[in-house]
Design a protein around this ligand. Structure first.
Ligand code: MN
Length: 483
């Protein structure tokens, strides 16, 4: 059984739909009396302040930081169905639940969907809802019932079975015995809580088994249809990366690039971004999860852009690193080539016949990057690579969720039909142990790879990756325009 209610919001989605602060791209000047940390990247502060972000004039100490309107905006988020529930049903409305009962029918199970159903008064304000008759026909369920009847129905169903697969909400999993937290989760406000109490008590018995690990196994192998949707999602993101490269010029803000990317994805039919993009110019690229995206791009810097859209329920995840002015400098080119050749070798290992796990691939990525770095003049001591230069993992499974890894095992061998990311990176801090001409350069190259039996398929091929292609995209030589 699986249920989905509106009370759980993945934090990143709340952030993703927040409106970016408006910014100005005009050249600015400051005055000798203003204390400004010129060109300081990364910023010294945990928020944009006038000292680090002088182009944001509203941050001048005399201006108030927030308005009540901005605070209210942060409370809102765009509803997104729980992934496992959507995988099983395709149903996107909030306040819904589904029960699958094993039986001897030709299908092998009976499916009951609970939802709000039609309500003309509410629909006038909130938009249309699917009626129960339509639910039967469209979502191929055996029964479509009102969510109001869920506690009663669940109670009678539970008494019939010895094994009940159900996932408790994350927030109450830490304290499963806390009936109150589960009640808050299970209760739409209209139902008397006492009804749920009885049901929850019967669920707390030893008959209850976790459902999520079983669904995770199913979700890890993508059907041909899922592969096609993921290829489209990656294509939309890849083309948007290429066009954003063309759109980039020194002086533009990181947030303008993020907004441009999102705009392009939406134009191509994407419903939303799959995550808050990282648009890190220059030394900001050394911060792995840099999402403030609120500084200006300088001439001579590179931009590390980790961004992907969601399309028809599936996430995409691509990272490219490219020169702001369209041409790599010699050290940028040298370090980029090192990461690129490791990345391409790693993609080649993403087949079932190689028999590798994500852990194996990660170990290979460390070995390959060490070899590459030594060839371009790095002297590496134990731990330098893993702790300083490449502090993150190589890969994660991707699908309906960006990181489909909560129940996956990094030690499991790759199978045909899995989709994983391959994303090695090198981030060189300005310390004397590393060659000076690479200081403050951060590079990550991330593709989405469909594991094949004998051959890997790179889903994110539309995003330029070779040096000549990147410079061509930036300079407009590939026939690509910025919109
Ligand atoms: Mn990723």
């Amino acid at each position: 059984m699986s249920s989905s209610f509106r009370s759980l919001l993945p934090a990143f989605r709340a952030v993703a739909t927040r409106c970016p602060r408006s910014q100005t791209y005009m050249p600015f000047r400051t005055y000798a009396t203003e204390v400004v940390d010129h060109d300081h990247k990364p910023s010294n502060y945990g928020q944009p302040l006038f000292q680090s972000h002088p182009h944001l004039r509203e941050l001048k100490p005399s201006t108030s930081l927030h308005t009540p309107h901005q605070r209210q905006d942060r409370l809102h988020y765009k509803y997104r169905q729980a992934s496992d529930f959507w995988y099983l049903t395709g149903f996107e409305e909030p306040d819904s639940a589904v029960v699958l009962e094993k039986n001897s029918s030709s299908r092998g199970y009976r499916m009951t969907l609970f939802s709000n159903g039609k309500d003309s008064a509410k629909e006038k304000w909130e938009g249309p809802r699917t009626g129960f008759d339509d639910a039967l026909n469209i979502f191929k369920v055996d029964d479509a019932l009102t969510i109001q009847s869920f506690p009663d129905q669940l109670r009678s169903m539970i008494s019939l079975y010895s094994n009940i697969y159900i996932d408790l909400p994350q927030s109450s999993r830490k304290n499963v015995r806390s009936t109150k937290s589960l009640l808050r989760y299970l209760s739409p406000p209209v139902n008397p809580r006492s009804e749920y109490e009885t049901v929850v008590e019967s669920l707390s018995s030893s008959r209850r088994k976790p459902l999520a690990p079983l669904i995770a196994q199913l979700r890890s192998i993508k059907s041909v249809c899922e592969q096609e949707v993921m290829r489209t999602a990656a294509d939309i993101s890849g083309r948007s990366h290429a066009k954003t490269m063309r759109f980039t010029r020194p002086g533009i803000s990181e947030s303008a690039l993020a907004a441009h990317f999102e705009y392009l994805c939406c134009l191509s039919g994407s419903q939303r971004l799959a995550y808050v993009p990282v648009v890190a110019s220059g030394p900001n690229a050394l911060i792995i999860h840099y999402t403030s995206n609120n500084q200006l791009v300088q001439d001579g810097e590179m931009i590390l852009m980790d961004a992907g859209c969601e399309y028809n329920g599936y996430a995409s995840d691509i990272t490219r690193t490219y020169p702001a002015n369209g041409s790599f400098t010699a050290p940028q080119k040298e370090l980029y080539s090192a990461v690129l050749s490791a990345q391409k070798a790693l993609v080649g290992f993403c087949t079932e016949t190689e028999g590798l796990s994500l852990h194996d691939l990660h170990r290979k990525s460390c070995d390959l990057l060490k070899q590459e770095l030594k060839q371009i003049g790095f002297t590496l001591h134990t731990g330098d690579l893993e702790r300083i230069l490449y502090p993150h993992f190589l890969s994660h499974p991707i699908g309906i969720d960006l990181h489909e890894s909560s129940h996956s095992d990094r030690g499991e061998t790759l199978k045909a039909g899995m989709v994983i990311t391959v994303e090695p990176g090198i981030y060189v801090p300005p310390t004397a142990q590393f060659p000076k001409h690479f200081h403050n350069i951060g590079i990550r190259i991330e593709d989405e790879v469909l594991v094949g039996e004998k051959h890997p398929v790179v889903l994110s091929v539309s995003a330029p990756k070779e040096i000549a292609d990147i410079e061509g995209a930036c300079q407009g030589l590939l026939g690509l325009e910025s919109i």
